[in-house]
Design a protein around this ligand. Structure first.
Ligand SMILES: [Zn+2]
Length: 194
């Protein structure tokens, strides 16, 4: 079976044809949900037809060319989508879906980590340097130059920030409340990625 090749060699024709078939078939492929196995079986039937020695009128030939071309793109797209779906579960950019995933944030210039309990309360606060992640302790708090001023200084990297309280446990209580507030308001969704 043969026909003139000039028509498909025309750049404009093939560009338009591929553009249209791609956009239509992308939609159909998802809608129909044809599997790779059934697509390959279909492809085999098409190949059998092509190898058969038959005589066709011109309109029948071109109809079949169009159908076969569409089917080929359709099958290629289906295989492409199936591969995409296989990759999906391993994607690393998955957003946390529950406030139970909100376990850390920066409050008062320091990084806090905690345990989330059912109902949205938090506890077991621990505090870290926001710059180098060194764990901080009450020993890292020193008096500032003016009265009532306190500085929390990281002994590992030298990061320091002014804190309102003289003791870290007081600050931890405030951080706990700040985290619980974000859980209640839903702001944790934005902060959970931090
Ligand atoms: Zn540090």
């Amino acid at each position: 079976m043969s026909e003139q090749k000039g028509f498909w060699n025309n750049a404009t024709v093939s560009a338009i044809a591929s553009g249209i078939t791609l956009s239509i078939l992308t939609a159909i492929a998802h809608f129909a949900g044809i599997t790779v196995a059934s697509a390959i079986a279909w492809l085999k039937r098409v190949a059998a037809f092509w190898s058969a020695d038959v005589t066709l009128s011109r309109w029948a030939f071109w109809s079949w060319v169009v159908v076969t071309a569409l089917a080929a793109v359709f099958i290629a797209l289906q295989i492409y989508f199936n591969l995409q779906e296989t990759d999906a579960p391993v994607r690393a950019d998955k957003k946390p879906v529950s406030f139970a995933d909100y376990k850390t944030d920066i409050f008062f210039g320091l990084r806090w980590r905690w345990t989330v309990y059912a109902g949205g309360s938090v506890g077991k606060m621990s505090v870290y340097c926001p710059k180098c992640d060194y764990e901080l302790s009450p020993a890292n708090v020193e008096r500032g130059q003016s009265w009532g001023e306190h500085i929390c200084r990281c002994e590992h990297c030298g990061y320091h920030c002014q804190i309102g309280d003289s003791a870290l446990y007081q600050l931890a209580k405030k951080a706990e409340k700040a985290a619980e507030r974000k859980i209640r308001t839903g702001e944790w969704k934005k902060a959970a990625e931090v």
